[in-house]
Design a binder for this molecule. Structure first.
Ligand code: SF4
Length: 528
């Protein structure tokens, strides 16, 4: 569904801000690819672009790929921006640049919805999801695109049902320049983990699209050139278990029809390990990765943060069960919790070794607005507004001790020998359980072979020849080559390289300890 009934034509420039370097965006892997420049296509902005009246010309610029130019701003009659807290400075910078061309700028998305006061310079604040605020914004721009005398705040009271969402305007994005494709089936999560802003922003009763919408979106992503993996950005893929069960047969059908053209990945709570019927169907739909917010192996800490559902199955057993269905677990980990002790770092490293999870995003606790954690720390007077710190939380342990422990964990967990040993385990005990899918004509095409050769050349040269951990790399690579597993080699080498390089920068103090930290953000520059 699009906004309708509007005669006037407006030229709209949608700009997605640049990310700063982060563990979860894999930028150290990009130079090993065939031209990837950004992480995932932004769902929200592409959705709004698709919702605008059909007769409005829209340009989409992702500044992770290229910066918006003077020509873009001169062409536009209004600018739309969206992003997360971590992109706050970049969003304010886009606003400043657009105002230099006297353009009205509207901001929407999760950051402004949680914290409207972060964005005093914008002309329009779109607070909340797609809905009546969006219609009002479009109507106002249609009437008069010039900058209003004062900031206008539009709040969605009446949301557009997800079943009426149009397919995001993937055709406006350079899909091939993204590391992963993205897609969204549901929004919201029934749990209430203390640190998480999802239930506060999107509700506890997940809203859903239909399976038919999802397969149509997958068709469009493929049409737009997606290859490799597509990530379900749903906050919790099993937030509504029945919905997951309803969707999976459609995904299986779609994969069979298209020849398993993409691998699938999602985020889900670890208690998915208790649902073999879901895991089996996910395997059949060629899900290969699940991101689980394990957060900590410490049961007391899980209790304290209200994430008891992670303990419905012993954590290591849960990871092992998921691996048995051919799916690698990626884990979120938080340090700096109130329950942390001096020995927490050691315990975490033991967990990394035992779980054999290659990729763990280890972050320091950060309190986000609109979370129970934020409210509690405000009451306890433990929020610190200081951009030179790696977290806004006044930890119970000394700050330096917590940061040093985080650095040590990054340094040890991502030593090349340790990381590649975990990947070897995944090859032997996880990937071996994956569905054996037929080789598609697309995979045999010259374009795909050429792509693989470019990536192999980059990996062999930058890691196998120039890399200082080349011995470890070659031991793994030769075994993969002997098994003819080129795809597995490319995937592990690319992600492994990012993890090793990022962890080195982090343990040397050159990267943020938190995905949300503002430290070092000053150094970020717009895309060239
Ligand atoms: S389960 Fe995940 S998405 Fe749901 S509230 Fe907890 S952290 Fe947030």
């Amino acid at each position: 569904m699009r906004a309708g009934g509007i005669e006037t034509v407006r030229r709209i420039l949608c700009i997605f801000p640049r990310y700063t370097s982060s563990f979860g965006t894999f930028e150290y892997a990009y130079p090993l690819t065939d031209g990837v420049k950004a992480f995932m296509p932004p769902q929200g902005l592409l959705l709004i672009a698709a919702y605008l009246p059909a007769n409005w010309p829209v340009r989409f610029v992702d500044e992770n790929i290229r910066a918006a130019t003077n020509e873009d701003f001169e062409w536009a009659e209004a600018v739309l921006v969206s992003g997360m807290h971590i992109q706050r400075q970049q969003m304010n910078d886009i606003c400043r640049r657009a105002h230099a061309f006297d353009l009205a700028v509207a901001i929407g998305g999760p950051s402004v919805s949680a914290c409207p006061d972060y964005y005093p310079s914008f002309d329009y604040l779109h607070v909340g999801e797609l809905g009546d605020a969006t219609d009002e914004l479009i109507a106002r721009l249609a009437r008069d695109p010039s900058r209003p005398a004062q900031q206008v705040v539009l709040r969605t009271a009446d949301r557009v049902p997800m079943t009426e969402f149009p397919i995001p305007a993937y055709e406006l994005a350079e899909i091939k320049r993204y590391f992963l494709g993205s897609i969204q089936y549901s929004s919201g999560c029934p749990y209430q983990c203390e640190f998480c802003d999802i239930p506060g922003l999107y509700g506890r009763n997940p809203r859903l699209k239909t399976p038919q919408q999802i397969t149509a979106e997958l068709d469009k992503l493929v049409e737009c050139g997606v290859t490799g993996s597509v990530y379900f950005v749903d906050d919790n893929f099993i937030g509504n278990r029945k919905a997951a069960v309803d969707l999976l047969p459609h995904l299986i059908e779609w994969q069979k029809k298209t020849g398993y053209v993409v691998r699938l990945a999602c985020e889900a709570t670890l208690n998915i390990a208790k649902r073999p019927e879901i895991l089996e169907k996910m395997r059949e739909a060629f899900f290969v990765t699940i991101f689980c917010g394990i957060e900590t192996p410490d049961p007391d800490a899980l209790k304290a943060m209200h994430k008891d559902h992670n303990m419905m199955v012993p954590i290591l057993e849960g990871v092992h069960i998921i691996n048995q269905y051919g799916m690698e677990v990626v884990s979120g980990i938080i340090m700096g919790l109130d329950t942390d002790k001096p020995e927490t770092g050691e315990a975490l490293l033991a967990f990394v070794d035992e779980s054999k999870i290659p990729l763990l995003t280890i972050n320091l606790l950060q309190a986000l607005p609109k979370t129970p954690l934020w409210d509690r720390l405000t009451r306890e007077n433990r929020l610190i507004d200081d951009d030179s710190r790696d977290s806004n939380v006044d930890f119970l342990l000394p700050y330096e001790q917590v940061v040093n422990s985080w650095r040590k964990c990054m340094e040890v967990a991502y030593q090349p020998e340790k990381l590649y040993a975990r990947y070897q385990y995944q090859v032997d005990f996880t990937y071996a359980n994956r569905l054996k899918v037929p080789v598609t004509p697309e995979q045999k095409s010259w374009a795909n072979i050429k792509r693989g050769l470019i990536m192999l050349r980059n990996i062999f040269w930058k890691v196998g020849v120039l890399g200082d951990y080349r011995k470890v790399f070659w031991k793994f690579a030769l075994s993969r080559l002997r098994h003819g597993d080129i795809e597995g080699l490319i995937a592990s080498a690319m992600i492994g390289h990012h993890l090793i390089m990022f962890a080195r920068a982090a343990s040397g103090g050159q990267q943020n300890a938190s995905n949300y930290s503002m430290r070092l953000r000053e150094a970020s520059v717009p895309a060239e």
